[in-house]
Write a protein that binds this ligand. Structure first.
Ligand SMILES: *Cc1c(COP(=O)(O)O)cnc(C)c1O
Length: 375
């Protein structure tokens, strides 16, 4: 049997053609026609006020962090069960991280635990829509409004997913998406910053262009450009944008396929509900089929199941390690125990899910999982 990898980057059809076109254009640096077209498509499809392509979601989150204008010692509330890129951009600005526990129903931040963590130093709440499943954004935004806080959505996994009918990434003041090759639509490495509050638009443009007002200059609004603020180089190359555009134009095809695979897993694994925790999608959320994960009964069980699948040439992988217990942050962390974050750290296992995975393969993976549990 051919090994089944955890992920295989999707190629949908026009990638080579568009990359060739970018080369022919003799315009390879950022903000050329492919960047422009992709950005406009995102803005149009999801109604985002302003989107900026970036080199990664990590960079998009760094842009968000710079825009939050944090002072040394300001506090940022975020889940502990997340990728380091949710946290690093805020640490780089001198913020203190206040980790919040996850829900026990799914790995998203426990929105009911957020408000108790707010202090006079709190500036930002960062939420992560884990597996592309929405956090309860009405609750998050109500807390933010009560305490005058900014909300940043780490929507890295959440493209084409919705909360009460509105696209994720449009609820925070700022949000960030990823087009890393493990996400639903990709450009190898790539990301996007979304600005939902107009007042951040001009500064975002400057931060993204190394702290210069170069974008304004190219629009002909000023006759020379210079250094006006802090910033960095967050623009992706046109080669990346070309790959991304091909994917974006086919997003409905990609999503349909992913959802079919997700549904196949879910239909089969229902028989194991009780022994396994299956993904929980609240009524207010849609499922963009970014990920199919299962929650095992213990770390030991997960380790054995992953090893059993590996013997059967199936690569299933665990995910995050609680950041409040990380080598880098444990000694700085002064908050409470976060039992759900630790539970997901120990028990969550992600199954292969990528565009080229067949339903037969998904069924075969389920066969093996059932065999492991002797059902
Ligand atoms: C993938 C991911 C990131 C980082 O995205 P990059 O584009 O690789 O920088 C950040 N946060 C979450 C939740 C992710 O899943």
């Amino acid at each position: 049997m051919n090994p089944i990898p955890f992920n295989l980057p999707v190629v949908i059809g026009n990638e080579m053609k568009y990359i060739q076109e970018a080369i022919t254009n003799r315009k390879l640096s950022g903000d050329g026609p492919f960047t422009k077209k992709s950005t406009e498509l995102f803005e149009k499809r999801y109604g985002f006020k302003k989107a900026f392509l970036t080199t990664s979601c990590t960079d998009a989150l760094e842009m968000c962090s710079l825009l939050c204008d944090l002072q040394e010692g300001d506090e940022v509330i975020l889940p502990s069960y997340t990728f380091v890129s949710t946290a690093n951009p805020f640490v780089l600005r001198g913020a203190k991280l206040i980790f919040c526990d996850s829900s026990d129903q799914n790995p998203n931040i426990d929105v009911d635990a957020i408000e108790a963590l707010v202090t006079p130093r709190t500036k930002v709440i960062v939420v992560v829509h884990y597996a592309g499943i929405a956090c309860d954004m009405d609750k998050v935004n109500a807390i933010a409004q009560r305490h005058n806080l900014l909300v940043v959505e780490d929507a890295a996994q959440a493209i084409d997913s919705f909360y009460k009918g509105k696209p994720l990434g449009s609820f925070g003041h700022l949000s960030a998406f990823s087009f890393h090759e493990t996400k639903n639509i990709i450009s190898g490495e790539g990301g996007m910053t979304v600005i939902n509050d107009e007042k951040y638009k001009e500064r975002a443009e400057i931060i993204r262009e190394k702290g210069t007002n170069r974008t304004k200059f190219f629009r002909g609004e000023i006759d020379k450009y210079g250094w006006v603020d802090v910033g960095s180089s967050f623009l992706p190359s046109e080669l990346n944008a070309a790959y991304l555009l091909a994917q974006l134009e086919s997003i409905d095809i990609i999503q349909k396929k992913r959802v079919a695979i997700w549904d196949a897993y879910h239909a089969r694994l229902k028989s194991l509900q009780g022994r396994l925790k299956l993904p929980f999608v609240p009524d207010f959320a849609t499922n963009n089929a970014h990920m199919y994960y299962i929650g095992c009964g213990s770390l030991k069980e997960r380790t054995e199941l992953a090893a059993y699948l590996k013997q059967n040439h199936i690569h299933a992988v665990f995910h995050y390690l609680s950041l409040h217990k990380s080598e880098f942050y444990a000694s700085k962390y002064t908050g409470a125990e976060l039992p759900n974050s630790d539970m997901w750290t120990d028990t969550l296992l992600r199954l292969p899910l990528y565009y080229d995975l067949t339903i037969d393969q998904a069924n075969l993976i389920c066969d093996k999982i059932e065999a492991f549990f002797h059902v």
